[in-house]
Design a protein around this ligand. Structure first.
Ligand code: LER
Ligand code: MN
Length: 285
């Protein structure tokens, strides 16, 4: 398991759920705490220069596993299931630019809140039809640009469809695109899933990237999610990909980022020790 933390430009809003604001500063601090990567929250494919980002990543010995796109909705009201064709068109166009950026930096691209938010009339047949239509162009571009797309189930208060892992997995199963994967976020799973561990186990074949936050969007360990059980399940299903910390920068960005990585390190070490003891206690049988 590799750990990353979300960074965004210094002017990004609180709704970016970014831990660090300011790209170089964020990378410097993430690297100092021992993170292996950063996730970049973008609201525009041309907001920052991929070559400059690559050079910063090199300086701080970091990877950029994924680019998140929730700011497209939160700051620009662009979303892929919008009833207004012009809004959908603009949202798809922005995704294609973000995918160019991602192809340059070797990153995946997330689709979470940018699917669309709660409409007055809730989920209508149009919502899914519009989303599927927008996705056709994104999937085609994903094949051409060789960029993986991460579908992130989001809770019902932020998005009116694909709230649970199995719903996003069904969408992935129904498309021929081989570049579509599942991105669980335990904050949303805590609201939507009957049982987090079972959901991970059932949908493991699609999972390529994970977001961590505690039940209150603070750093893991500062809420009431059962991270020991979550980490044990991830180990059980052989997940060795990225876990990215997407939390409020509270009480400060540094304190939150430090709590997240130190807490997860301690838990992983404890799980490792328990396994070591279990193997040794049965070794002589
Ligand atoms: C928002 O709640 C979130 O988890 C983002 O990653 C989705 O865009
Ligand atoms: Mn998330």
């Amino acid at each position: 398991m590799k750990t990353a933390v979300v960074i965004a430009p210094h002017y990004a809003k609180r709704s970016a759920f970014s831990v660090y604001r300011g790209l170089e500063e964020g990378m410097r601090r993430a690297a100092a705490l021992g993170y292996q990567g950063v996730e970049l929250a973008l609201a525009d494919g041309e907001e920052t220069d991929p070559h400059q980002i690559k050079s910063l990543l090199k300086t701080y010995h970091l990877e950029l596993p994924a680019i998140s796109t929730g700011r497209l909705l939160a700051e620009r009201k662009l979303y892929l299931s919008a009833p207004d064709a012009a809004v959908r068109e603009k949202a798809v166009a922005e995704f294609l630019k973000i995918m160019d950026f991602a192809s340059e930096t070797g990153s995946m691209v997330n689709i979470g809140r940018a699917r669309g938010f709660m409409r007055e009339d809730g989920l209508t047949p149009d919502t899914l039809a519009f989303f599927t239509d927008s996705m056709k162009r994104i999937e085609q571009a994903a094949q051409q640009k060789e960029v993986d797309i991460l579908l992130e189930p989001v809770n019902r208060y932020e998005c009116c469809y694909m709230n649970r892992l199995e719903e996003a997995a069904a969408f992935i199963d129904n498309t021929a695109c081989k570049r579509l994967f599942l991105m669980p976020d335990v904050f949303h799973m805590n609201i939507e899933e009957r049982n987090l561990e079972e959901a991970f186990i059932q949908q493991q074949r699609h999972i390529k990237y994970i977001h961590f936050a505690d039940s209150n969007r603070l750093a893991p360990g500062w809420g009431h999610l059962d991270f020991p059980a979550i980490l044990k399940t991830l180990e059980q299903i052989g997940y060795s990909g990225w876990v990215t910390i997407e939390i409020f920068p509270e009480p400060t960005a540094d304190k939150a980022a430090a709590q997240a990585i130190r807490y997860l390190e301690r838990l992983c070490a404890r799980i490792g020790e328990e396994e070591y003891r279990a193997v040794n206690s049965t070794a002589g049988l």
